[in-house]
Write a protein that binds this ligand. Structure first.
Ligand code: HEC
Ligand code: HEC
Length: 328
């Protein structure tokens, strides 16, 4: 009885800290219960930090396809089609509640960003992977390898099927071992990144499972290798996915902002500067439509468009940046 009250207090404390905190420190109370039931919304949300991935690699926008493969400009012809399974309804409802409150009673609005709803693996892919691997997972080889092969390699059924078409029989045990090995490197890649791919260690255990099940779908792997599931998220968390998975490829966490001078110098403004200098509607416009004509005439690098992000998701990213200010 006493224990129960204590842990309830702990959870409530975690929620309150999560709501009022300006910096989502992952060590806060209640933040590390990955396997907790969907009732807990005290998920670890943390600020985006450090230089952009391109700066980290020492590449400029014209030297790379990273961040530009969303499938909106120079989308390569492909034989694969993109599965259609997305569930951002929960987020839509949340942001519909949040936005008016933010205008009328901003002090109460913050909590709405922590209310939970569900998201599918497809959504996680869109927020974290699509801008490099494209809508179909094929990427842009040789720079961005296709993820189809490695995902198929983690399926015993696919291994056996492939061997058969090559005229080689392979026993169950062997196929199982090969699949397990490939599975391990797939998971390791998300945890530790690749040679030039960023890490995705911000993904929780249940998010990794949901994502892997969606990758199976992209790669036409027979159902059952990973079990499709929905994950419980908050709007702040959706914002975190978009910012860490996509925007941080090109934008530094902190540093100079936008405006006239930066444009003259062709600087990509920092993420920290965005909510300070831009309205939600101008950021939404920029993300959904890409660089305005202004930048083109200045000859600077151009931001691609991301029309596959909904207005609600962009709003979630905006308020995530505001509530969890980026750090150096
Ligand atoms: C910033 C761009 C970028 C993002 C975002 C990105 N990747 Fe990658 N990915 C790469 C690059 C570049 C490679 C190939 C080079 C390397 O292995 O580092 C790669 C390779 C891979 C491979 C291995 C391909 C092979 O041939 O072994 C897999 C699997 C993969 N990515 C999965 C993912 C998943 C899943 C996500 C989303 C959680 C993701 N990637 C997000 C850039 C990215
Ligand atoms: C592939 C690289 C790339 C990615 C990914 C990217 N941006 Fe950009 N972004 C740029 C560049 C380059 C500029 C500067 C040129 C311009 O203003 O269009 C820019 C400019 C902007 C601006 C205009 C700022 C100003 O001062 O006018 C906003 C807002 C913005 N980005 C938001 C985002 C958000 C939010 C994301 C994540 C969904 C994102 N960007 C992802 C490259 C990128």
């Amino acid at each position: 009885m006493e224990l129960k009250t204590l842990s309830l207090t702990f959870v409530l404390f975690g929620l309150l800290v999560g709501c009022s905190s300006r910096r989502g420190d992952s060590k806060q109370a209640g933040a590390e219960t990955n396997a907790s039931p969907p009732t807990s919304v005290a998920y670890a949300v943390s600020a985006v930090t450090g230089p952009s991935w391109l700066k980290h690699l020492g590449r400029t926008l014209p030297q790379t396809h990273m961040g530009q493969m969303g499938g909106t400009q120079s989308i390569p012809a492909t034989r694969r089609s993109e599965p259609q399974v997305e569930t951002t309804n929960g987020l839509r409802a949340t942001m519909r509640k949040f936005l008016p409150l933010w205008r009328s009673a901003p002090s109460q609005a913050g909590e709405v960003l922590n209310e939970s709803f569900v998201l599918a693996g497809a959504d996680l892919y869109r927020l974290n992977c699509r801008s490099c691997h494209g809508p179909t997972g094929e990427g842009s080889p040789p720079e961005i390898n296709s993820l189809i092969g490695p995902v198929q390699a983690a399926s015993r059924a696919m291994i056996q099927r492939r061997m058969k078409t090559r005229g080689t029989e392979i026993n169950d045990e062997m196929a199982k071992e090969m699949a397990a090995e490939a599975e391990k490197s797939l998971r390791d890649r998300l945890e530790n990144g690749g040679k030039t791919m960023p890490t995705f260690n911000h993904l929780r255990g249940d998010e990794v499972e949901a994502l892997l099940a969606y990758l199976d779908q992209l790669a036409d792997v027979p159902a059952g290798n990973h079990v499709a599931r929905l994950v419980t998220e908050s709007a702040a968390r959706v914002g975190e996915h978009m910012v860490k998975g996509t925007c941080h490829i090109c934008h530094d966490a902190t540093g100079p902002g936008g405006g006239h001078m930066t444009m003259m110098r062709a600087i990509t403004p920092s993420l920290a500067s965005l909510p300070e200098e831009q309205s939600l509607s101008s950021i939404t416009h920029q993300v959904r439509n890409g660089s305005s004509g202004m930048m083109m005439t200045m000859g600077g690098p151009q931001m691609p468009s991301f029309p596959y992000f909904t207005e609600e998701e962009i709003a979630a990213a905006y308020f995530y940046l505001e509530k969890y200010p980026p750090r150096p």
